[in-house]
Design a protein around this ligand. Sequence first.
Ligand code: IPD
Ligand code: CA
Ligand code: CA
Length: 277
Amino acid sequence: MSTSGSSAGVGGETPRELHEFVCDLALRAGELQLSRYDRPGEIREKAPKDIVTEVDLLCEDLMVSRIQEHYPEDAILSEERGGEIAETGRTWLLDPVDGTANFARANPLFCACVSVLEDGEVVHAAVAAPRFGDLYHASRGGGAFRDFDGGRSEPLEVGDAESLEYAFVGADLSFTGVTGTTGGGGGIGRIFDAAWQLRALGSAGIRGAWVAAGYLDVSIGTRNTAWDYAPTALLVSEAGGLATDLSGEPWTLDSDGLISANPLLHAEILQILKKDS
Ligand code: IPD
Ligand code: CA
Ligand code: CA
């Protein structure tokens, strides 16, 4: 595990200590998910095509209580129980189970996502994908890494595809529509047309981590759920890529959507999306 700097943070801890806590938190939630694999418990429909399981709530309780115990001054925004982003100081963004629809049917594509914001900027992030034994993590200026079960760690680097013709594009089709009727309009459909292959994983966290690792070349999200996209924004930028909103502005907590890719593909995608404006 590698993080930049060693000066003390807002709570007196070093950036390395904070980063280790972020990684540990994601790993603990992932362990809980694994312990309940194939046993999601009660499943409730929050909205059409949006469910929450008992395990989502248990993971959230675990994460929130550990943060409150160690960093009682910090703000927390978590998917199921809500919360607020502090204008100044530190905020934790939590997605206790990302890929809940997968988890609910024991599909292995699920993860736990933790991001830390300082003054509104994502400075640490971790994505634990327990069925794969992978922990993806990054800190601002400190690079992006994957730790494997057993302790091995490797730096992440985005792929080098130079055009969409050679690219794997990740997006979740049930939310964007194949012809792109939401978010990026018809441009999303044109990106799919231009790409070599599409991947719909059902987990925004894994999709972003896989762009950072080079398994996918592009991740497209058309919503504004910060807990889903903050880890991608940091992991991909620390792995040499770009993460912006759908108009090419740097991704922020208020962005409606996210495009992340290596710089060449990112430019090609923005050109395609501009044809809508
Ligand atoms: C969802 C997944 C899905 C994405 C949705 C997210 P959840 O998160 O990441 O892939 O398309 O936008 O809401 O509900 O499983 O945490
Ligand atoms: Ca999510
Ligand atoms: Ca979730």
